[in-house]
Design a protein around this ligand. Structure first.
Ligand code: NDP
Length: 429
């Protein structure tokens, strides 16, 4: 705590890992002696920089930008960029730390990183976003490259921003190589990358349900968020004959009592793509200031942001008979909410595993760029399904030493072991 003052999100992520692996780690004399856990909790470096840009009135503005290069033990640094006013060093350190282990679970050669800025893209004109992205990349370009660090998108950074960032990177570096993922398919991007996190989350959910003698067909799913992850999770869930009860945004929740249809999903996608508010739609029932967690559902799929589902929400979901929680977002549950699901033995897939599909397809994009190839959507989708299946089987076979299968502990242990063994073998790294 003293080394990371005022970094509650980061400490929460470290604490969750410690709780999961504590029993196993206590018996690892060599790892303890070389302080593997403590050293892994220290990022390789945190790059922090000023981003100056001119707004449409000609006024010079500035924001803070960061890249947290957490660990490149298993491969080049890899992780998204987030543009939102809530971005702090603590948030990016928690996301970077989680990313090390998520990437390890995919089995692909990727280290862990995260970056972004406290810049708020909401309400900005396209020219302002372009000038901001160019200024941000002017500094970031010094620190990235296909064998060094390969950023992608996250909250507030979709395909438009990735394209602007990549275009500027090309001008600065004069070298075409895949230094960013999530690019447009006509200039080096991978098929299915946009859909991958949401689709992968549903694929993982299906594996988890089937391992526990259930199936997704007919299940009522409460989804939060209406961004990239949420809307593609909703799309795949509808394809699999589940009933999607909701989507949400910062203003409230849009409920669909009889289930969201593909047609209405299209309306939500169009509106959110233009930066609109769910409250402006004339479909479903909008509940201002509410979350989806008081809906009677079988599966809760939080896909918006960190700590969006708290203890009270967890209690409400349990009382309503929820069977599974599958995290599309990163660390969407508070520590207390997570503890409630553990006590009540609710199936709980952590983001590290359930939302790893996005970075997995980013890894496949890196491979395609290196080979100068472009794979079909069918091939990438099949690879994605296989990776989610493999992550699931690694988790259920992780020997956590506990009688009850916990997906949180299984994911943390399987990933930590992989990283720790490599780290330890590097000596005083
Ligand atoms: P987007 O920016 O596309 O969408 C975020 C959504 O969450 C928006 O609907 C936004 O609402 C909503 N939201 C944000 N903050 C809040 C809040 N405090 N309360 C309620 N709703 C909120 O982001 P993504 O879909 O890309 O990312 C969502 C989550 O998934 C994040 O945790 C991210 O780290 C994680 N993730 C994303 C991956 C990806 O490939 N994109 C990969 C792995 C994880 P509004 O429109 O009002 O802002």
């Amino acid at each position: 705590t003293s080394a990371n003052p005022d970094q509650p999100e980061f400490l929460q992520a470290i604490d969750e890992m410690a709780q999961s692996i504590g029993g196993w780690y206590g018996k690892q004399k060599d790892f303890r002696k070389s302080r593997v856990f403590q050293r892994l909790a220290e990022p390789d470096r945190v790059i922090s920089f000023r981003v100056s840009w001119r707004d449409d009135k000609g006024v010079l503005q500035h924001n803070r930008g960061w890249r947290v290069q957490f660990s490149h033990i298993l491969g080049p640094y890899k992780g998204g960029l987030r543009f939102a006013p809530s971005v702090t060093e603590s948030v990016l350190k928690f996301l970077g730390y989680e990313q090390i282990f998520k990437n390890a679970l995919t089995g692909l050669p990727m280290g862990g990183a995260k970056g972004g800025s406290n810049f708020d893209p909401k309400g900005k004109n396209p020219a302002e976003i372009e000038r901001f992205c160019q200024s941000f990349m002017t500094e970031l370009s010094r620190h990235i490259g296909p064998d060094i660090d390969v950023p992608a998108g996250d909250i507030g950074v979709g395909q438009r921003e990735i394209s602007l960032l990549y275009g500027h990177y090309l001008r600065l570096s004069n070298t075409w190589h895949g230094a960013l993922t999530g690019k447009g398919c006509n200039f080096g991007g991978s098929a299915v990358r946009t859909e991958a996190t949401g689709y992968g989350c549903v694929y993982f959910c299906c594996e988890m349900l089937s391992h526990n003698d259930m199936e997704i067909e007919g299940k009522r799913i409460a989804i939060s968020g209406s961004g990239n992850v949420a809307l593609h999770a909703a799309e795949k869930a509808i394809d699999m004959d589940a009933t999607v009860l909701s989507v949400s945004d910062s203003d409230g929740v849009l409920e669909f009592k009889d289930g969201l249809t593909k047609k209405d999903l299209g309306k939500v996608k169009t509106l959110k793509g233009k930066g609109g508010h769910l409250s402006d739609l004339s479909i479903g029932q909008f509940h201002k200031g509410k979350t989806p967690w008081n809906l009677e559902c079988d599966i809760a799929m939080p896909c918006a942001t960190q700590n969006e589902l708290d203890e009270d929400a967890a209690k409400t979901l349990v009382e309503a008979g929820v069977s599974a929680v599958c995290e599309g977002a990163n660390m969407p549950l508070t520590a207390k909410a997570s503890e409630i699901f553990r006590q009540k033995r609710i199936l709980h897939a952590p983001g590290k595993a359930a939302n790893a599909g996005g970075v997995a397809v980013s890894g496949l994009e890196q491979s395609q760029n290196a080979m100068r190839q472009s794979w079909s959507a069918e091939k990438v989708d099949q690879e994605l399904r296989d990776i989610m299946k493999k992550i699931h089987s690694e988790i259920v076979s992780a020997d956590t030493g506990k009688k009850q299968l916990s997906y949180v502990d299984g994911a943390n242990l399987a990933a930590f072991k992989r990283v720790a063994h490599a780290f330890h073998s590097f000596g005083s790294f």
